[in-house]
Ligand binder design. Structure first.
Ligand code: FE2
Length: 131
């Protein structure tokens, strides 16, 4: 039996171009919005071509002590140079990058799950404390 979770890869983002990088404060105030920035390729750039690109990143929050994980948002990156002229001849590209505003009521862990169209699923995590 194979499970999707078994296919999710993890690696240090400083050494692996597919690993999402999650930037957020180490400690936040309960109920106050703060920014969470997620990108890919901060240390080692990932290709962004019609043939090879990051398709989407989903951000989740797992509250400490909670049984369940909650989806924060899903960010799709649909422009990678495709056009009627051919691959990589198009006028627009999108980067695997987003910033969102979030508030949490208790400490927990952010999980970013990214999809490379040819190298599969990649996950990174970032804990956040609450004061
Ligand atoms: Fe890739």
């Amino acid at each position: 039996m194979s499970y999707l979770g078994d296919q999710v890869q993890q690696a240090d983002w400083k050494k692996e171009k597919h690993s999402p990088v999650i930037h957020c404060p180490e400690e936040v105030t309960a109920g106050e919005f703060f920014e969470v920035k997620v990108n890919i390729g901060e240390e080692i750039g990932h290709p962004n071509t019609t043939e090879h690109h990051i398709s989407w990143i989903s951000l989740f929050f797992k509250p400490e002590g909670d049984k369940f994980t909650y989806e924060v948002g899903r960010y799709e990156f649909n422009a990678h140079g495709a056009s009627v002229k051919g691959a990589n001849e198009g006028p627009v590209y999108t980067n695997p990058f987003f910033v969102t505003s979030v508030k949490v009521m208790q400490p927990g862990t952010f999980h970013a799950l990214a999809m490379c169209n040819i190298h599969g699923l990649w996950e990174s995590t970032q804990e956040v404390k609450v004061k």
